[in-house]
Design a protein around this ligand. Structure first.
Ligand SMILES: NC(=O)c1ccc[n+]([C@@H]2O[C@H](COP(=O)([O-])OP(=O)(O)OC[C@H]3O[C@@H](n4cnc5c(N)ncnc54)[C@H](O)[C@@H]3O)[C@@H](O)[C@H]2O)c1
Length: 308
């Protein structure tokens, strides 16, 4: 079994995922103790998978683990720590029914005031060195997960029992302009860049990657004041459980690769997610021509590393 090379286009999902439809699969979810991650843990367990989830929130993580035992395992894991993520992957291998990792959802993320953007004021001689906490969690943490996932995916054959499915939960901010949030925005656009890179080697290494990009969702990442403010501006929120449904659909459909799905209000589409169709260029347009050249000439794959 092999996955085909990435093809342009959009996908629509029709049937819902059957209960037990992911029986025997080993799943990892980062940031799984709350919010969309928690919904994902619950949804994958309901679909028959074994889930290992990491989070820095030990209280909620342990509570969820106890509730779902023995089908889910929690480990304290700060995604900015390589060692923490390595330990999470090792735990997942040891606990999963087929000793395999088939599906990884890199979901952990934070937002908040951004000190790359803030200016200290005229009375300060020098600006303060910015803390890059948002980039470290929302982008570097995803890169660690991707590196580990690709390594452990390769340990099993790609057949009817196994998958090599990497999903990043980024944001619709990765498709839009938003003032005042340089780290968050760069991280989410960066996740989209990772997806567009990895989807191009799917035919070679059999790893597929897709992205979900939520609109506003009422989770703890947004303070009550921010949620109130957004609602006062008439913003309609998307649902956390619809992100989980999208992940389940992607994981259950091995032909899906290289797509970005918006997690959107149910007034937009009843299932609360849709293929955004924004990651291709039209046939014949200038960037499409350049894209074609790059795909035919990619020297990073063609030239030996020591000669680059
Ligand atoms: N809620 C929204 O409006 C919204 C919109 C677009 C994208 N997103 C993205 O969705 C993802 C999930 O967010 P959510 O809305 O469910 O928020 P949430 O706060 O409910 O969940 C995020 C989880 O990540 C965990 N986490 C934070 N830092 C971590 C770290 N260093 N290591 C491991 N875990 C860590 C938190 O403890 C929490 O359990 C994030 O990547 C976020 O950027 C959220």
């Amino acid at each position: 079994m092999a996955y085909p090379a990435y093809q342009k286009g959009t996908v629509t999902f029709e049937a819902a995922v059957k209960a037990g439809g992911l029986e025997g699969k080993g799943v990892i979810i980062t940031g799984g103790a709350k919010g969309m991650g928690e919904e994902g843990v619950r949804a994958f367990v309901a679909a028959g998978a074994h889930v290992t989830f990491g989070d820095t929130d030990e209280q909620n993580g342990s509570k969820l683990e106890a509730e779902l035992a023995p089908n889910a395992n929690f480990i304290r894991c700060d995604v900015t720590s390589w060692e923490d993520q390595l330990a999470m992957f090792k735990l997942a291998i040891s606990k999963s029914p087929r000793k395999s990792i088939d599906i990884v959802v890199a979901n952990a993320g934070i937002s908040g005031p951004d000190d790359v953007f803030s200016v200290e004021g005229q009375n300060t001689d020098e600006p303060l060195k910015p803390q890059l906490k948002i980039v470290n969690i929302d982008l570097l943490g995803v890169m660690y997960a991707l590196k580990l996932a690709r390594h452990y995916f390769m340990k099993h054959p790609l057949d009817a029992n196994h998958d090599r499915c990497f999903i990043v939960n980024a944001s619709l901010v990765g498709f839009l302009d938003v003032p005042g949030i340089p780290q968050y925005m760069a991280s989410k656009w960066g996740c989209r860049g990772l997806m567009r890179c990895i989807r191009r080697t799917t035919a070679v290494d059999g790893v597929r990657m897709n992205l979900t990009g939520p609109w506003y969702v009422g989770t703890t990442i947004l303070s009550p004041t921010v949620q109130e403010y957004c609602k006062s501006k008439g913003i309609v929120f998307a649902e956390a459980e619809d992100a989980a449904s999208a992940w389940l659909k992607i994981a259950s459909t091995p032909s899906v690769n290289g797509r970005s799905f918006g997690i959107v209000p149910r007034g937009t589409t009843p299932q609360g997610f849709l293929d955004l169709g924004k990651d291709d260029y039209a046939d014949g347009e200038y960037l499409d021509e350049l894209q074609d050249i790059l795909l035919r000439t990619s020297h990073r794959l063609a030239v030996k590393a020591e000669s680059q």
